[in-house]
Design a binder for this molecule. Structure first.
Ligand SMILES: Nc1nc2c(c(=O)[nH]1)N=C([C@H](O)[C@@H](O)CO)CN2
Length: 118
């Protein structure tokens, strides 16, 4: 299995459990590994034969900007479902960080793996 990856995708959104967090927009940072097979694209040089990371980023920016989740867990699960449903991704890892949530920490968040690695 090959991997198309995205690192450090920064998006501003409403997220958090506290009242003050419902009033502001905060940065989340996404790191993704998306299982795929790059051979056909490598042979044909056709973008339609691979997982287009620009299309993935555009869709995630749209989705996360419009969302208002309470927990990072929920956002991570919903992003994983979207990628599997809309981009036919069968295996992925996702790290979702809130770098500005805890001043004493560089970042907090979750890492998940979903689907079957082939
Ligand atoms: N496991 C989690 N812990 C916490 C979350 C979360 O989403 N998942 N959220 C918060 C607050 O919203 C925090 O980001 C601001 O202090 C606290 N713990």
């Amino acid at each position: 299995m090959d991997i198309v990856f995205v690192e450090g995708l920064q998006i501003e959104t409403v997220i958090g459990i506290y009242d003050w967090e419902r009033e502001i927009r905060q940065r989340v940072v996404l790191d993704l590994e998306l299982g795929t097979d790059i051979k056909h694209a490598a042979q044909t040089e056709e973008i339609d034969n691979t997982l287009n990371y620009k299309a993935v980023c555009d869709r995630l920016i749209e989705f996360v900007q419009e969302s208002e989740f309470l927990l990072v867990e929920t956002m991570a699960e919903e992003i994983a479902s979207l990628l599997m449903r809309e981009f036919s991704v069968s295996w992925l890892t996702l790290k979702l960080a809130k770098p500005d949530a805890i001043p004493a920490a560089a970042a907090v968040g979750v890492k998940i793996e979903r689907g079957e690695r082939s």
